[in-house]
Design a protein. Structure first.
Length: 119
């Protein structure tokens, strides 16, 4: 899946990441309760996700299965943000992030450990 996912499509994927495979009708019920979408809206967004290769439609009962993990989407979205806002520079991204956040000593230590683990 190489196409940009919109916020609405991420809402559908989020339901599947939390709940696992579900019929489209059940996704529609959940999103109606959570954000007030009607059934047609949900089905339209599911169709877009299928076209983009993010969801697979299975029969019977219009079962939906995600074809991408949350981590894959996070990676893609992060790379797009870094490319768009920081000229592709991870260092500029981290400098901006760290410069605008008050991190606790514990959070700083956790970030250091993450960086050390990359080596």
């Amino acid at each position: 899946m190489n196409r940009k996912l919109f916020d609405s499509e991420l809402k559908v994927l989020d339901v599947l990441w939390k709940e696992g495979d579900l019929p489209a009708g059940q996704i529609a019920k959940i999103l109606k309760e959570e954000i007030g979408w009607n059934r047609n809206t949900t089905y339209t967004v599911i169709k877009k996700c299928i076209e983009k290769g993010a969801i697979q439609r299975l029969e019977p009962n219009f079962m939906c299965r995600t074809l991408v993990t949350r981590e894959q989407v996070q990676h893609q979205e992060t790379n797009e943000l870094i490319d768009k806002m920081f000229d592709g520079s991870t260092e500029k991204f981290f400098a901006a992030f760290l410069g605008n956040n008050d991190l606790s000593a514990k959070q700083v230590e956790h970030l250091r450990k993450l960086i050390d683990d990359l080596k």
